[in-house]
Design a protein around this ligand. Structure first.
Ligand code: ADP
Ligand code: MG
Ligand code: MG
Length: 209
């Protein structure tokens, strides 16, 4: 089973809807340990992505992800815009001009997205950032693919692992981004970017079912 540009665009639209639904939750998480704008940043960015898709959806999966990347980079300020923008840009570059997204291509895109976030933000596992959701997500996706999982199974495994990874940030002392200014005082709070990463992966997984 593969997925074409229309399927990827539908998954991106589903992600935008989930971001809108969780806007206040993400604002509240960021208000506790940052500046309270993560939900607004993400919602503004994904609303712009939907508008860009409405204006003309690209005809390849890579093209759709590139549109997501350029829109997020131009519309979302703060830390998360460039980080997610880089993730989608690297993922789109991996997919190239292929018209079909299969499981191996999905894995390459997920790995490239994570590498992009780490290249840009220099966060490692345990720094209490979106990387703590994304590293286990990519590992779980690889394992699900090895076990013969289809796109939906691979993305569901990634989303499940990202949920656990986001939960793990509650007990961590942030070492990157604004939350790091709080040090120990940030312990007890989930990282907003880890939560939004888990939400995006869940939306993609649900869309693939
Ligand atoms: P800002 O902190 O500039 O207001 P956002 O609130 O939109 O930006 O995004 C904050 C999120 O960005 C954090 O919760 C964290 O997950 C992520 N983040 C910040 N800095 C880094 C980094 N260096 N590497 C990875 N993720 C980061
Ligand atoms: Mg913020
Ligand atoms: Mg900010």
């Amino acid at each position: 089973m593969t997925c074409k540009a229309e399927g990827v665009a539908a998954a991106v639209r589903a992600a935008a809807a989930v971001v809108a639904e969780h806007r206040v939750e993400l604002i509240d998480l960021d208000r506790a340990i940052g500046d309270g704008d993560h939900g607004e940043n993400m919602n503004r960015g994904f609303a712009a992505v939907v508008a860009a898709l409405d204006a003309g959806a690209p005809d390849t999966p890579g093209g759709v992800l590139k549109l997501v990347a350029t829109t997020l980079i131009s519309k979302v300020g703060g830390a998360a815009g460039p980080l997610y923008g880089t993730a989608f840009l690297r993922a789109s570059a991996k997919l190239g001009t292929a018209t079909d997204l299969d499981v191996p291509a999905l894995l390459e895109a997920l790995r490239a997205g994570l590498e992009g976030v780490q290249a840009r933000g220099k966060a490692v596992c345990g720094d209490a950032t979106m990387v703590d959701a994304l590293i286990p997500a990519v590992s779980a996706a690889e394992k699900a693919a090895e076990e013969g999982g289809d796109i939906a199974a691979v993305l569901t495994a990634a989303a499940d692992a990202a949920d656990r990874g986001a939960e793990s940030t509650v007990d961590l002392v942030p070492r990157k981004g604004r939350a790091s200014y709080l040090g120990e005082r940030a312990v007890g709070h989930m990282d907003p970017g880890a939560r939004s990463s888990a939400l995006l992966l869940r939306a993609f997984a649900e869309a693939a079912r």
